[in-house]
Ligand binder design. Sequence first.
Ligand code: SAH
Ligand code: SF4
Length: 325
Amino acid sequence: MNKSEIIDILKSNDEALFKKADEIRAEYKGDEVHLRGLIEFSNICKRNCFYCGLRGENSNVKRYRLLPDEIIKIAKNGADLGYKTVVLQSGEDDFYDVQKMTYIISEIKKLNLALTLSIGEKTYNEYKAYKEAGADRFLLRIETTDKNLYKKMHPKTSFENRVKCLYNLKELGYETGTGSLVGLPNQTIESLADDILFYKKLDADMIGIGPFIPHPDTPLSGEINKENFNLALRMMAITRIIMPDINIPATTAMETINKDGRKIALQSGANVVMPNITTQEYREKYEIYPGKICVNESPDICRKCIENKIKSIGRVVSSGFGFRK
Ligand code: SAH
Ligand code: SF4
């Protein structure tokens, strides 16, 4: 598919796209769904992304950070619940220096878990230290490839550095995940097509696509646009067709704006879900966007709930690590 073909499909309402993506998912990835347990370990962030509730300038957030041994304990609980991967996610919080991070990573790797990091932009040497400590994967969304829009959304940081970080992660041997926010103000369909071509050029191993959900305490406050669900789903399905063997999550943001969002996504190309395994008391404080699902549930309830959803659509929970290859 070239750019104009991608644009045409993004603009159309043809439901056949989802069926095609589902068939390709079945052929290349099978019926197994990989679960990644998400640990939201700090909501402290030095950045100010316009769309995000955790942005440093939002003084309405009750900030928290978990200590290294608390994080390791949550990962252990995840392993006990049957997770084969945990994802450590946070704001960009410099409290976790190389020494602390490599300690956390190496302890978690003793639990026979695959480990994904989602902690933002770091230097080449930091990424290298984390890889050497045992981290397997890294999630860093490009968010948008429209450079003007990127600049408006991200004061003081550059698109070029974001891209450089992604290529550094690839070079260091991480399974590298990226993706986009769909429905940002003034985002064009043309730029969304460019986003997909960017994933392909990077040869990303994982792609996470989510609808933008406005947060009231940010410069982009406003109404949810439900149309963004369908557009994000189309982005995801096209990505599956163009990159048949990668891992694609049914994102939490999709479920937030559509009560069956993850099931629908799993039937339109996705093969991964990332249930929250953070201790309950911190969940509502990690408010990237409002209305986040599962803030009142405990990790074991979330696990059972998602297993039931997966079974209800005739799929199975994987017992493997779920690497791309
Ligand atoms: N600080 C790290 C990881 C946490 S943010 C980072 O930025 O990479 C994780 C993701 O949340 C971001 O990549 C972004 O795509 C998403 N996000 C932020 N604000 C959002 C919003 N208002 N609606 C939907 N997704 C949002
Ligand atoms: Fe911080 Fe990530 Fe939110 Fe940006 S998207 S403000 S880096 S937590």
